[in-house]
Design a protein around this ligand. Structure first.
Ligand code: MLT
Ligand code: ZN
Length: 481
């Protein structure tokens, strides 16, 4: 589908040439580009929905420059789209003719404090660099997502990113202590407090997290750090059936003293897809099974207990009939090889044929029932659809992604995307679920807001938007229906 089909604006805004000159002056020679070759990768998203447009990408190097850019654009009545690593799945950072403000040159780690367990960073720092900086001072920054080598902290904050360690450490929202934000009126809100407790009125920072740049541009953040796990035990297990995933979760949380950091479930077809396109993927178990999980337990003490605790817990799960087989990685290499199955599945799924994605959340215990019902519903909608339901089962977050039936061409399948979405999201809604668990709304899911969020919620969101951005110049056409 094209962005216009998702309801994106079709005619680009008028951008006066005086504004372009002013922006160039603000950010200096190295702070802007209009070269189509530079812009091209910033104007398409990796999922393939978006082909964007912009007259200029500016790359301010600090919050004051961002504020000056904002003031100039607002004075000229020209809209702005902020962008970090451009790794989103819902076209939330793709401009449609607006000024593109890239935060990538704001890439400084401003301060790291091991005693306070905090790191203060510019919004454009790449997530993997924050993880590495924490590691250097014997600390741990737990956010872990497939795109961590290129996504940025500002994007992680603005989409409230999730990933594979939410079960133990929470979403990005839980990892942020303070924020610095450039507001649509050009003021800089300095909320970079590194406090664990701060009940001083409304929690303003939470407004900007998950707002996808529609209320302001996040330029800096104070993040929480954790003790560094020095022992990590990783296992690949075969589940008795899908319901066993929930029994396993319950058992492991207790048996490991809540040291379970990941529980990722995937079906057999997931391994087959990973192996078909990635020769380095190996099936860790000798027999074939319908459902598998990757389990990770981590400990901050180097006493050899982490692996033995997992071993005992998995033994109990086998005895109780929850698992039919299991293997624990004997080395870091083997652990990497287990995680490679998960990564390859996600990267290669689009190659199987057209992919129709769903990033759904339901209450943890309802995931098996949801998957069974949604699988039947998509089969009824487009017979032969191959459902690949995998994801962060510790969080109730199912990536219910669909591949075209064998022999059906991509465009015939994606033409039915709206019907497939309806079937899946309606079932999630019955469980009090969400149609956007961790990827956000962007342009792609904007129209779903009206159906699945109440008029009261939408009205409140519109009021916040009108208060902060009365002219609607911040990331227009995103998030709000
Ligand atoms: C993941 O968990 O790897 C991604 O969120 C999956 C996806 O993009 O569908
Ligand atoms: Zn995910």
């Amino acid at each position: 589908m094209t962005l216009a089909e998702f309801g994106a604006p079709t005619s680009p805004p008028e951008v006066p040439s005086e504004l372009i000159s002013e922006l160039r002056t603000i950010v200096g020679d190295r702070g802007w580009t209009s070269d189509p070759a530079d812009l091209e990768p910033q104007l398409r998203d990796w999922v393939g929905y978006a082909r964007g447009a912009t007259p200029i990408m500016v790359m301010p190097k600090n919050a004051s420059e961002v504020a000056a850019v904002v003031k100039a654009c607002v004075a000229a009545g020209v809209p702005i789209v902020p962008q970090g690593g451009n790794t989103g799945s819902v076209a939330g950072a793709i401009p449609q003719g607006e000024i593109l403000v890239s935060l990538r040159r704001m890439n400084r780690i401003r301060d790291i404090d091991a005693a306070d367990y905090t790191v203060t960073v510019d919004a454009g720092v790449v997530l993997a660099e924050v993880q590495a900086a924490a590691n250097e001072v014997d600390r741990f920054f737990p956010l872990s997502i497939g795109s961590e080598g290129s996504c940025t902290i500002g994007g992680n904050v603005s989409t409230n990113a999730g990933g594979t360690a939410v079960l133990r450490y929470g979403n990005m929202r839980d990892l942020v202590l303070g924020l610095e934000v450039v507001l649509p009126d050009g003021r800089v809100w300095d909320g970079l407090r590194r406090l664990r407790k701060d009940n001083t009125g409304y929690a303003l920072k939470h407004l900007f997290m998950g707002a996808e740049g529609t209320l302001g541009i996040v330029t800096g953040a104070v993040l929480r750090l954790f003790p560094k796990p020095v022992e990590v035990a990783t296992a690949f297990v075969a589940l008795r059936d899908l319901d066993a995933s929930i029994e396993l979760l319950s058992l492991l949380r207790v048996a490991t003293g809540d040291a379970l950091s990941s529980l990722e479930v995937m079906p057999r077809i997931g391994i087959e897809i990973a192996r078909e396109f990635d020769p380095e993927v190996v099936d860790p178990l000798s027999e074939r099974h319908d459902w598998y999980a990757i389990v990770e337990v981590s400990g901050t003490k180097a006493d050899g207990q982490t692996e033995s605790t997992l071993e005992v817990a998995l033994g109990e799960a086998v005895e109780r009939g929850i698992l039919v087989d299991a293997t624990i990685a004997a080395s870091t290499m083997q652990a990497k090889s287990i995680w490679r199955i998960r990564k390859s599945l996600v990267l290669n799924l689009p190659k199987v044929g057209a992919e129709v994605k769903h990033d759904v959340a339901v209450p943890v215990s309802k995931q098996p029932e949801f998957i069974r019902r949604a699988t039947a519903a998509v089969e009824e909608t487009v017979p032969g659809t191959r459902a690949v339901a995998y994801g962060h089962f510790g969080d109730g977050n199912v990536h219910f992604n669909l591949c075209a039936p064998l022999g059906m061409d991509a465009s015939t399948f994606t033409a039915r995307a709206a019907d497939l979405h309806r079937a899946v999201y309606d079932i999630a809604a019955e469980y009090g679920g969400s149609f956007a668990a961790e990827h956000g709304i962007g342009i792609v899911k904007r129209s779903e807001m009206k159906r699945y969020r109440s008029p009261v919620e939408i009205d409140l969101m519109r009021q916040f938007k009108a208060l902060l951005d009365p002219d609607g110049l911040f990331n227009p056409g995103k998030v709000l229906p």
